[in-house]
Write a protein that binds this ligand. Structure first.
Ligand SMILES: Nc1ncnc2c1ncn2[C@@H]1O[C@H](COP(=O)(O)OP(=O)(O)OP(=O)(O)O)[C@@H](O)[C@H]1O
Ligand SMILES: [Mg+2]
Length: 265
């Protein structure tokens, strides 16, 4: 019954994993406040560079029960990552069919328990992992993350178009503008538009898609990611405020998608 949403981008390094981790924590907080703790899952399907464990502060190997992997838990989020299963220092050099099989097996064999939301972090681009997921998991929607700069936007547009293809047809929950401006901690009112201004917001408007919000480029976001303490927990910071607003829009959009699906069915 969980609402399953993938987080992706065209271009690499734009902040998908950072976004996915913080969004999962923000949803967990929201649900806990409504008396529904422990009902968010975060699945890291990036076999090339699984960064979720580090960003959310988890390491080690998951327990196995029969054929099933048991998710680990941090900050009220249940987490499963390819990073728990593959060796940190060995590069993954699998080919297409092997990747498809592995991803399928991976996503089908996790014992999540009852969830309200399952977020899936993906590698950048539009490759084998994306296709095998689309074929294996009933996805409710996709969030596209991009920075506002032109080279990232071009790839974000391709990402949106891929999910809209007739053969794929996954609803777009919305677009997120990460690194929207740089704000120094000592001058929180100052905004420097390093990667351009409102590029993602304008792209969303042009494609008639929902704009989920701006997330500023802040040093503490990077630091907290490296330390496994998601930035969303640093109260009264520009990042926490951004996620507070964003999570409300996200939940509303996903519920609207679910409701439209129910009408069609
Ligand atoms: N808003 C932000 N402010 C500061 N640093 C950020 C922000 N968003 C992401 N970063 C940093 O930028 C780097 C890339 O972010 P991240 O790993 O989340 O990107 P990604 O899109 O998942 O990358 P990949 O394509 O490799 O999966 C990380 O070092 C992260 O800490
Ligand atoms: Mg990533």
């Amino acid at each position: 019954m969980a609402k399953v949403v993938v987080v992706t981008s065209g271009k690499g390094g734009v902040g998908k994993s950072t976004f996915a981790v913080n969004l999962a924590c923000a949803i967990a907080q929201l649900l806990a406040a409504k008396g529904r703790p422990g009902r968010v899952g975060l699945m890291d399907c990036d076999i090339y560079g699984p960064s979720v464990p580090l960003m959310i502060g988890l390491s080690g190997r998951p327990e196995i029960e029969g054929d099933f992997l048991i998710p680990m838990e941090a900050h009220g989020v249940k987490v499963m990552s390819m990073g728990f299963l593959i060796d940190d220092n060995t590069p993954v050099v699998w080919r297409g069919p092997m990747i498809m099989k592995t991803v399928q097996q991976f996503v089908q064999n996790v014992r999540w328990g009852e969830l309200d939301y399952l977020l899936i972090d993906l590698p950048p681009g539009t490759g084998d992992i994306h296709l095998s997921l689309v074929q294996t998991v009933p996805l409710d929607g996709v969030v596209i993350v991009s920075t506002p700069q032109e080279v990232a936007l071009a790839d974000a547009r391709k990402g949106v178009n891929m999910f809209k293809l007739d053969t794929i047809n996954i609803p777009i929950v919305g677009l997120v503008e990460n690194m929207a401006w740089f704000t120094p901690a000592e001058l929180p009112e100052n905004r420097y538009y390093i990667f351009g201004r409102d590029g993602v917001k304008n792209l969303a408007a042009g494609m008639n898609e929902t704009f989920l919000g701006h997330i500023p480029l802040v040093q503490s976001v990077r630091e907290s990611g490296d330390a496994g303490r998601p930035a969303v927990f640093q109260e009264n910071t520009p990042t926490a405020t951004a996620f507070e607003e964003l999570v409300g829009i996200f939940v509303k959009e996903v519920e609207a998608i679910k409701a439209r699906k129910a009408v069609k069915a």
